[in-house]
Design a binder for this molecule. Structure first.
Ligand code: FES
Length: 156
């Protein structure tokens, strides 16, 4: 038996050449299928991957970096016209309104005493923003904080 080029199919070199062509076509088809499946699977996995690894949730604003606030320290920032007090504990960053709910003075963090103080009428708040003493009628509003790659994000 002879092929289209007149070569004998009994010749082992001819069969090997035919098999190589088939293998090549098989690999092209399998590669195409794999590439198509990867193209469909990657976006699905990227969508399902946890948000923490990629960036903050939508509506969160960056207000600084962890390096700017030592453990036990604080920083005041203004975000969307609101004054905020950030406090760094050994475990987390806490964010409160820096405006006292009594008459609107700006509060400060007293690190050694671990309390938030209002200088106007001696209002004192604990590390959860609750009123400890003084005239403030309610706790300091607090805000969710998220740390992403050493950057601090807050959701007002
Ligand atoms: Fe803060 Fe009065 S304004 S205690």
């Amino acid at each position: 038996m002879k092929n289209d080029e007149g070569q004998s199919l009994a010749d082992p070199g001819v069969l090997k050449k035919e098999m190589s062509r088939r293998d090549f076509i098989d690999w092209v088809i399998k590669g195409g299928i794999l590439a198509t499946l990867s193209g469909m699977l990657f976006p699905a996995l990227a969508y399902l991957w946890p948000v923490m690894g990629r960036g903050p949730k939508i509506d969160m604003e960056e207000v600084g970096t962890l390096d700017e606030i030592p453990v036990g320290g604080s920083k005041k920032v203004v975000l969307a016209g609101s004054a905020l007090l950030l406090i760094r504990t050994p475990q987390e960053i806490k964010a409160f309104s820096a405006i006292c709910p009594h008459l609107g003075c700006v509060v400060d963090w007293d690190g050694p005493k671990r309390e938030i103080v209002c200088p106007c009428h001696a209002g004192i708040f604990d590390l959860e923003g609750r009123v400890v003493s003084g005239p403030p009628p309610r706790p300091l509003p607090s805000y969710p904080v998220q740390i992403v790659n050493g950057n601090i994000f807050i959701n007002l």
